[in-house]
Design a binder for this molecule. Structure first.
Ligand code: SF4
Length: 406
């Protein structure tokens, strides 16, 4: 049994959807680039465990009686949107046997709780799911692809359906008025198409939003030896990223901005010409997204107004046309009061007793050694100036910012 289906993710520093729900641990899609596999190790794929089907219903019943506290419960009371499918596909093969996702969906739909579902599964186009989706207005379904070429899709996604079938299914959902976005993730250099080649397919699907995220390669360490041959079907991983030019960000290797920029901006321009909104899902470029919340574009849809705003990405986005980026731009945004100790690694915990989200964001804001501070965004630089409350002031490198716009 999978014990912890609903969590606060470590991305709360910069993500508007930090509540992550998974109905299963393990995933039968076995995508070769899967970062959940990277976290869970080789055994992640060998067994799929199901969560308690009544978990979500019980959770809401506790909350509705105000019987339970804690950071996740505070967020649920606030109706912060949930991201369903962060570490496993909720509509993978196991769903046909266990129906845990269906059970969770019934409880969430009954409350019209704002929900973003990530999947690659054609089960989303079938009953009983489609009937639930039709009557669930605070819902966004996002479908992930590495390529839109049916002949190539199995290279990295051995158990995914043909892209054309999923695009057709998206069209069916749209005809029922269901909100759908496409996540081009990961975009694999020298494998995925140029946006010009796929824009007609994206547009014809009827998807309202498209986000793109480049492939990130975890730095080799211990069990990540699994990743050594990840790009083997097309190239040697290290050789390809070295040849193209890459750098290390946190614990991952990412292509240099100059190597990503043309594709990302070309996708954005192509989408805008078709009245489709755009999301930049590379963390350092989140501010290029049309939406404020995150790459998912969730806040462009009705019902998602309570996305989590007390985080760096929103501060940077809000200050996009200013010279400086200041903590005061987010300090009045809602944030939960309970401790987050149980959701973070022991070495990330603050020494004093107050391990609230507020203290963590405040602490990282001033900490230039941390990988999570406003300099994680391309073009944001620290200054040696502080505001009257002691919070560091950041500034834009206007040259870089302008290059990102044009
Ligand atoms: S569908 Fe998602 S969670 Fe499942 S293997 Fe693929 S990337 Fe990983």
């Amino acid at each position: 049994m999978y014990k912890n289906p609903l969590n606060l993710t470590s991305q709360f520093y910069f993500c508007g959807l930090p509540l992550r729900l998974d109905s299963y641990s393990g995933c039968s899609f076995k995508c070769k680039f899967c970062f959940a596999l990277n976290r869970g190790g080789k055994n992640y794929w060998s067994k799929v465990n199901e969560a308690d089907p009544s978990f979500i219903e019980k959770k809401f019943q506790f909350i509705e009686k105000r019987k339970s506290f804690g950071v996740v419960n505070e967020m649920l009371i606030q109706r912060v949107p949930i991201h369903f499918g962060g570490m496993s596909d909720p509509l993978q093969k196991a769903e046909l046997k266990f129906g845990i996702t269906l059970s969770f969906l019934k409880s969430l739909a009954k409350r019209n709780y704002p929900l973003v579902i990530s999947t690659r599964s054609p089960l989303a186009f079938e009953e009983p799911y489609i009937s639930i989706f039709k009557n669930y207005t605070n819902l966004l379904l996002q479908f992930s692809f590495t390529t839109f070429d049916d002949k190539k899709i199995s290279t990295f996604e051995p158990f995914s359906s043909k892209a054309s079938e999923i695009l057709k299914g998206i069209n069916k959902l749209r005809k029922h008025g269901i909100n759908v976005s496409i996540r081009w993730q990961p975009y694999i250099p020298e494998f995925s198409e140029h946006p010009n080649e796929v824009i007609d397919k994206l547009s014809d699907s009827g998807a309202q939003h498209v986000a793109i995220e480049y492939l990130k390669i975890p730095l080799p360490r211990g069990r990540n030896l699994l990743w050594n041959n990840m790009l083997k079907p097309i190239s040697d991983t290290n050789q390809l990223y070295n040849k193209l030019g890459s750098n290390v960000q946190g614990r991952e290797i990412l292509l240099n901005i100059e190597n990503r920029k043309e594709t990302i901006l070309s996708l954005r321009d192509n989408l805008h010409k078709r009245n489709i909104s755009f999301g930049a899902a590379d963390i350092d470029l989140l501010y290029l997204s049309d939406a404020n919340c995150c790459c998912s574009g969730a806040d462009l849809f009705k019902g998602f107004e309570n996305w989590f705003k007390f985080q760096f990405s929103y501060a940077v986005k809000k200050s996009f046309h200013s010279h400086t980026i200041q903590f005061s731009s987010i300090e009045k945004e809602w944030n939960p009061k309970a401790s987050i100790k149980e959701y973070i690694y022991p070495n990330s915990r603050l020494k004093d007793n107050d391990n609230s989200v507020f203290q963590h964001i405040k602490h990282r804001w001033n900490n230039l050694i941390s990988k999570n501070n406003p300099t994680m965004f391309e073009g944001v630089k620290p200054t040696d100036e502080f505001d009257s409350t002691g919070m560091r002031i950041y500034k834009w490198d206007s040259g870089i910012r302008n290059r990102m716009i044009n």
